[in-house]
Design a protein around this ligand. Sequence first.
Ligand SMILES: Cc1cc2nc3c(=O)[nH]c(=O)nc-3n(C[C@H](O)[C@H](O)[C@H](O)COP(=O)(O)O)c2cc1C
Length: 297
Amino acid sequence: MSVKPSVLTGDPVRITIDKEKCIECHRCLDACPLIRFAGFASLEDQFVGYICLQCGGCMAVCPQGAISVSGLPPARPAGEVPSGDEVLNLIKVRRSVRAFRDQKIKQEDWDRLLEAVRYSPVGHNSQYVDVMIIESPEVLKEISRVSMDFWKKTTMFINKPILRRIFRKMLGDHAFNVFSKVAPFYEQQKALFEQGLDPILFNAPAVMLFLAPGAEAMGKAEADMAAHTVALYAPALGLGTCYSGIVMVLFSSSNAAIKKAVQIPQGYKVYSALIVGYPKHARGFIPYRRERNVYRV
Ligand SMILES: Cc1cc2nc3c(=O)[nH]c(=O)nc-3n(C[C@H](O)[C@H](O)[C@H](O)COP(=O)(O)O)c2cc1C
């Protein structure tokens, strides 16, 4: 049987089970996203030659550490999982932050955020979401300037009934809806911008753009997952974030000024944008959120 190439590297994949260690519990078969569907009975013998995603699900679940997958380093022991209360509290204390200390993000904090991106959920273990970190004060300023300009133009289109329909077609429903919501605030935000305030990036020290190949169907979902993983983790590092719909829509438009200001790798699209920095103010309270309707079937 021929050995099929890895979806990650293109190299042939081989799964090896250390027979001395294996206790034939078959947990690896339960964990594998493919083998049950393929109806195989043994991970090693029949799997070699099938399409392995190299997700390491089999390695994660093997109580004996008996499995190795070519192309993957040995799996590391999993640490303790924090308590449900701690995780729920982390979810609840995350707030959108719009005032930051004038302080660059420490490299050790970047390293941890990027580690979180590595482990955020993806479809078929694709791992193609990449990150662009923007810290250059000039480029950050330019993003705010271009965003304000874009906001002005879109507001003009949205406020003119004849142009609205054409604009909706040009921008697509998603971006049109985003800008319809923010159009009423343009004049007020413009006044702040003219006073030297930054209503777009809030003078934050950094922006993270989450990129995926434009041709990938799940790119947007995976980039959003990565951005949210970072947003959730950030408060645990003393960092704050704010998702920027305005910046995200600007990047997904055909705006030439933003393409000039930030060069995105060929074939990639910006699917998610997070403003990042150390918050100026602590958040000691959790505001109310409505209980959701739940439909059970
Ligand atoms: C998809 C999305 C787009 C957003 N766009 C912006 C934005 O452009 N500017 C901004 O200040 N906040 C933006 N936010 C933050 C929301 O305003 C914020 O999440 C919401 O008010 C709830 O507050 P919380 O994040 O503190 O719970 C965005 C959030 C999401 C999820």
